[in-house]
Design a protein around this ligand. Structure first.
Ligand code: UGA
Length: 434
């Protein structure tokens, strides 16, 4: 099948590459000339494990190409995916200008029946708006389908190739058939394609992300309770997670969720609810609590050192909002670093992938180190912000000989509290006894 993908961000690029891998001919379109030039030269602008192999193979096989020209790119395409940004506007609602702009351009260009797919996370009612925009100038029949993505950064290729489910929102049986044909290679194991109306599909995406964000926040609240009553959140997690109605995943307490999806989507769902005069109160609590959670360890630092942290040096391990990505959007590390800099603290940091992105943002206001030990050298304390595997089993003797004070503030609960006590390291973590 011939497919076009408009937008070569992380969702667009993964979508395009994976559909090329299942034998389709995919053209990815972007207005950013520099980006398209890079892609043509086989340079992937994002870090996503496993994407490179598929990307190279499909370019070589002539199934994947790139252009800045919308008219050329969509020529002959049976399906056009819209994978465009929907950044939060000032009031928290999703900004649809990119999507509606492309929809307007597409109208006069369509020359055969085409399925246009909203892949971006868009508020309920967007499929109707896109339909109306295209219809203004379209001369042929078309259908707009909502097909939300459930890709986690870092494992996006795996999530795409082996989805738990595929959600297709359409009221057209013609479009449904075409979409089912496209996804058939990805649901061979019996993982379902769930077809529904457009609005339900749009809401499904927000409901899934907001539910997961709420699940994490709930566990962060339990962690805070654990600290007050002397319980251990890891034990509670195991105790509740084995109930299949609750499930084991996404129950890890920490320093709050970040990334480009959860914060934006929880906010957008709360805003959408408000627009229909519904007070989705639990989401307001989730947002407020997540904000508090992010700087929780700064309070611990102040408890330990006293409120004046001026002149201290803190080693920060991890900058990305989670491992296996260089993405620093809404990353807890940044919030903590900014707060510490304001308090007059010097920062030495190491992250396996995200340092270049932070350098662009913070320049030389902090010191970027060659590895985790280099960051700990002569620092007073260590602050752990991302659970990269390389931080899980460090050489503690080396750390003890490099850190000035043997104190670790761990936002990801990487270590066993008893081991830390045996090693003589003062260890603060989340939801566990000190
Ligand atoms: C999330 C969803 O998991 C995907 O299904 C969805 O498609 C994607 O958003 C999106 O809307 O595009 P992602 O933002 O890549 O994916 O990251 P997650 O792995 O979901 O992690 C989000 C945040 O939750 C991270 O900050 C992570 O550290 C935190 N988290 C996750 C916890 O604090 N505890 C957990 O148990 C799990």
């Amino acid at each position: 099948m011939k497919i076009a993908v408009v937008g070569t961000g992380y969702v667009g690029l993964v979508t395009g590459t994976c559909f090329a891998e299942t034998g389709n001919h995919v053209t990815c379109i972007d207005i950013d000339e520099k980006k398209v030039e890079k892609l043509k030269n086989k340079i992937i602008p994002i870090y996503e494990p496993g994407l490179d192999v598929l990307f190279d193979r499909n370019i070589k096989q002539g199934r994947l190409d790139f252009t800045t020209n919308l008219k050329e790119g969509i020529k002959g395409a049976k399906i056009i995916f819209l994978a465009l940004p929907t950044p939060p506007g000032e009031d928290g609602s999703a900004d649809l200008s990119y999507i509606l702009g492309v929809a307007e351009d597409l109208g006069p260009l369509l020359d055969q029946y085409t399925v246009i797919v909203d892949k971006s996370t868009v508020p309920v009612g967007t499929a109707d708006k896109v339909t109306a925009k295209i219809a203004e100038n379209a001369k042929v029949e078309f259908s707009v389908v909502s097909n939300p993505e459930f890709l986690r950064e870092g494992v996006a290729v795996e999530d795409f190739m082996k989805p738990d489910r595929v959600v297709i929102g359409t009221s057209s049986t013609k479009a449904q058939k075409i979409m089912e044909e496209l996804y058939a290679p990805l649901v061979r194991q019996g993982n379902p394609i769930i077809t529904m109306d457009e609005k339900s599909a749009e809401l499904t995406k927000y409901a899934a992300n907001s539910f997961l964000a709420t699940k994490i926040t709930f566990m962060n609240e339990i962690a805070n309770m654990c600290e007050l009553v002397g319980a251990d959140v890891d034990m509670v997690r195991k105790g509740v997670g084995t109930d299949s109605r609750i499930g084991k995943r996404f129950l890890f307490a920490g320093i709050g969720y970040g990334g480009s999806c959860f914060p934006k989507d929880v906010q957008a769902l709360a805003k959408s609810a408000k627009e229909v005069n519904y007070n989705f109160e639990i989401l307001n609590a989730v947002m407020a609590k997540n904000k508090e959670q992010k700087t929780k360890l700064i309070d611990r630092l102040k408890d330990h050192y006293g409120s004046d942290l001026k002149g201290k040096t803190v080693a920060v391990w991890g900058l990305a909002f989670k491992p296996y990505t260089d993405d620093i959007r809404e990353a807890p590390a940044l919030v903590n670093i900014k707060a510490l800099l304001e308090a007059g603290v010097k920062i030495k940091t190491y992250d396996p992938e995200a340092m270049d992105n932070v350098k662009e943002l913070l320049g030389d206001s902090i010191t970027f180190c060659k590895d985790e030990y280099d960051a700990a050298e002569d620092a007073d304390a260590l602050l752990i912000m991302t659970e990269w595997p390389v931080f899980r089993t460090p050489d503690f003797d080396k750390i003890k000989s490099t850190l000035k004070d043997n104190v670790i503030f761990d936002g990801r609960n990487l270590y066993n509290t008893e081991t830390m006590a045996e090693l003589g390291i003062t260890y603060y973590s989340i939801g566990r006894a000190i």
